[in-house]
Ligand binder design. Structure first.
Ligand SMILES: [Zn+2]
Ligand SMILES: [Zn+2]
Length: 327
């Protein structure tokens, strides 16, 4: 197999050749055809997340076909088209797993962080955490759904059902969730970096009723807001934009420090919550609604060997939609 490997945080990924991995009991091996590049990969590569497995193959928005199965794999079979998400494994017995909140498991494994991911020709996954996908479909267009879509969906559920929803940071997740929110009949207010006219035009093309810089006040009060950009200063900004009783959801795995802010912008029963990871149930719900909502993703393809370029384009905000490595 070929893989782009991170040996130490802060370094570039290196292309390596390795023997093809073999699936153990309960695992499948997948021949990767596309793997999305998520902001979380940047946090892994930049050393902003603690204790990655090293060396690690990043990537957790994986689409491919099963080419080998271990024993006791249940309903999956060789040749099936599947998706592999961030949630790679949970323990099944901690209090969170027992309460149906496996996203908060005390002993999880995460694809592309604590087990090898999809910046590679092949990947091995725990079969119980793999999503079966329709037999045919556009693998590149599907890849961003595996995290930007799934965790975006979880963040949208946590935001509640308010009509006016603000999306701060209009990247891979927001461009999918804006379409879901429009399909649900909501008004989408898109916030980009100040002066990002192209990003604002992109948001309007996807149905946003208003798009502006995150330093601008929206023309109407928001019922809820989701912050996708890893920028702590957006927390007080979003709290100021939501109405009494409104909710602000922080959807990223990592964020710069939140500056201090006056209690008055949280008062009147505004709520501030974060989203962590996903459950398999989130995935089932989301893949069920994708065709009904007519979700179309905007992608920029890169060959596997250009993974470092894809990461730096994401870091520098040079992307519209999502970067996807194509095998
Ligand atoms: Zn657990
Ligand atoms: Zn992700």
């Amino acid at each position: 197999m070929r893989a782009m490997v991170l040996e130490r945080p802060g370094e570039s990924l290196k292309l390596v050749e390795r023997p093809d991995p073999l699936p153990s009991d309960g695992e499948v091996r997948v021949r990767v055809s596309a793997c999305g590049v998520c902001r979380t990969d940047l946090h892994v590569v930049d050393g902003e997340l603690p204790d990655p497995k090293l060396p690690i193959v990043p990537g957790h928005e994986i689409v491919g076909r099963i080419d080998l199965i271990g024993r006791n794999v249940g309903s999956l079979a060789v040749g099936m088209r599947v998706g592999i998400p961030w949630l790679g494994q949970t323990c099944g017995h901690c209090r969170y797993c027992r309460e149906g909140r496996e996203n908060l498991c005390d002993y999880p494994k995460f694809t592309g962080y604590t087990r090898d991911g999809g910046y590679a020709s092949h990947v091995v996954a725990d079969a119980a955490y793999v999503f079966a996908l329709p037999r045919t479909g556009d693998d590149v267009a599907t890849a961003p759904l595996l995290c930007a879509g799934l965790i975006g969906w979880r963040s949208l559920k946590l935001a509640g059902d308010g009509k006016n929803i603000g999306l701060y940071g209009f990247g891979a997740a927001a461009h999918i969730i804006a379409q879901v929110a429009r399909w649900q009949g909501r008004n989408v207010f898109a916030f980009t970096k100040s002066g990002d006219a192209a990003g604002q035009a992109f948001a309007k093309k996807l149905g946003a009723c208003w798009a502006g810089g995150s330093d601008e006040r929206p023309p109407d009060q928001l019922d809820c807001a989701i912050i996708y950009a890893p920028v702590g200063a957006l927390v007080p900004t979003a709290l100021r934009a939501v109405r009494k009783g409104g909710r602000v959801v922080c959807a990223g795995i990592h964020m710069s420090d939140i500056p201090s802010f006056p209690y008055s912008i949280l008062w009147e029963e505004r709520e501030l919550v974060s989203v962590a990871n996903l459950t398999r149930k989130d995935g089932e719900e989301f893949f069920d609604l994708v065709p009904r909502a007519g979700i179309v993703t905007e992608t920029t393809p890169y060959p596997l060997v250009r993974a470092n370029d894809a990461l730096s384009d994401l870091r520098n905000g040079r992307l519209e939609g999502a970067a996807v490595l194509v095998l």
